[in-house]
Write a protein that binds this ligand. Structure first.
Ligand SMILES: [Zn+2]
Length: 119
């Protein structure tokens, strides 16, 4: 499962940084479509008692043609669903809701980042 693989990657990263981590802060990009409950459960299983703070980063796209900012809530439901299935292929099925262009950049909402680890 996606969430478990991520939790394992986070856990091994954290253990490299700290012997006894007490508190970690993780930023989850909306495009990753992570089930937070499963992810937190997996982290607890892998790391024991650690205080985990999750920060969700909303996805923002920027149209390269009309330069408008596009949020996931601006695009239609069908396209949004596709993004959640296949975030890496976002360019294939999303077009700018303002001008119809498929030329846009992903500005925010990608990836999973461990922001801080406290001992
Ligand atoms: Zn546009």
């Amino acid at each position: 499962m996606h969430e478990w693989a991520l939790a394992e990657a986070v856990a091994s990263f954290v253990h490299e940084k700290a012997k006894k981590p007490e508190r970690i802060k993780i930023r989850l990009g909306e495009l990753q479509n992570i089930d937070e409950e499963i992810f937190l459960f997996a982290l607890k299983e892998l790391m024991g008692q650690v205080d985990v703070e999750i920060e969700n980063e909303e996805c923002t796209l920027r149209c390269n043609v009309c330069k408008k900012e596009i949020k996931l809530k601006d695009i239609n439901e069908e396209e949004r669903e596709m993004i959640h299935f296949l975030p890496e292929a976002v360019h294939a099925f999303v077009s700018c809701p303002f001008c119809g262009s498929k030329d846009f950049s992903i500005e925010k909402g990608r990836g999973v980042v461990v922001e801080s680890v406290e001992e």
